[in-house]
Write a protein that binds this ligand. Structure first.
Ligand code: SAM
Length: 256
């Protein structure tokens, strides 16, 4: 043992600090599209990896550059941004592909949550894969997962619907088609249509348990559970606002 220098042991805190500062970590890979999940309300929900990716990428492709600009500012990050939203996905996908082909590291972020989940992203991911480019997920917040896992409804099997169409006939047909599905149904719904959705559920699946997961990760987060008719009463009485994930118990022989 003589003459051997004692190894410097990093305490837990220093090791965490090194990781948070991006030290000891391999650099981002050139020509890679990073899908970076961002908070759905609580800013503490950003991951260390998301921050490092945003800090080290060449450009951020954002659904709304103003909104993402605020997020970056909050975390002290200054980065060039390009807009990438639903109605310019085709054109912007080509530009992003060109950047990737030039060797750039592109971080794609949406207004909140995971890109590609009821949000833009799918098109550029497909195009990048077809072109043989690297795509990496930087996972994090997602309203679907947050709402489902805390709802108390079965999580082993579920069907994510996202937003139903606006037209009544189409909505009804889609709900009818999923009526016999055994797993939990998960929907995103605008506060303006929650009442409409509950009315539809009252007619189509009146005996199922439904959970309204509202304002997840925010100050007024709550889970309201009941039959569609019970929830309809609550919504009418309390005029619930904010963002909603709606979860519907799946088909069971008992409920039938
Ligand atoms: N990509 C996002 C994700 O990963 O969850 C979803 C984007 S989608 C355009 C927005 C919808 O997600 C909202 O209308 C609402 O249904 C749901 N949502 C987003 N944030 C939420 C929150 N904090 N609480 C409840 N629902 C939320």
């Amino acid at each position: 043992m003589q003459g051997r220098k004692p190894k410097l042991k990093l305490g837990c805190r220093s090791a965490a600090l090194r990781v948070s500062m991006g030290m000891d970590l391999p650099p981002l890979t050139p020509s890679t599209l990073y899908l970076v999940a961002t908070p759905i309300g609580n800013l503490e929900d950003i991951t260390l990896r998301a921050l490092r990716t945003l800090r080290e990428c060449d450009v951020v492709a954002a659904e709304d550059t103003r909104r993402t600009g605020q997020l970056l500012k909050h975390f002290g990050i200054s980065k060039p941004m390009v807009s990438y939203f639903q109605f310019n996905e085709a054109k912007r996908s080509e530009e992003i592909l060109e950047r990737l082909q030039r060797g750039e590291k592109v971080a794609l972020v949406t207004d909140a949550g995971s890109p590609g989940i009821s949000d833009p992203g799918e098109r550029v991911v497909r195009a990048a894969r077809v072109a043989g480019l690297r795509v990496e997920s930087v996972p994090g917040p997602c309203a679907l997962v947050a709402g489902l896992t805390a709802s108390g409804l079965p999580t082993d099997e579920f069907h994510f619907i996202g937003f139903l169409p606006h037209k009544s006939g189409q909505r009804r047909r889609q709900l009818e088609a999923l009526k016999q599905f055994a797993g939990t149904l998960v929907l995103y719904e605008s506060p303006y249509r929650v009442e409409k959705l509950l009315t539809e559920l009252t007619e189509i699946v009146p005996d199922r348990q439904v959970v309204l997961a509202r304002e997840l990760t925010k100050k007024f987060e709550e889970y309201v559970a009941g039959t569609p008719a019970q929830l309809l009463e609550v919504v009418k009485k309390r005029h619930l606002k904010g963002e909603f994930v709606v979860l519907v118990q799946g088909f069971t022989a008992e409920a039938a």
